[in-house]
Write a protein that binds this ligand. Sequence first.
Ligand SMILES: [Zn+2]
Length: 58
Amino acid sequence: MTPIVFLMLVLGVIGALMILRNAARRQSLHGDGRSCPRCGAANRGHARFCAQCGSPLV
Ligand SMILES: [Zn+2]
């Protein structure tokens, strides 16, 4: 095995790991949204205001 092939193999493995990690993080962000401190309604992770009562999410 030449060093170049080995390097490309390592880079490929690192790239695959980063893609997997990004996918897992996105899924967790999407999965558990923010719950409203006032009414307890579940909101999306990027929501700034509650969809239920309109109070700001901290
Ligand atoms: Zn609310």
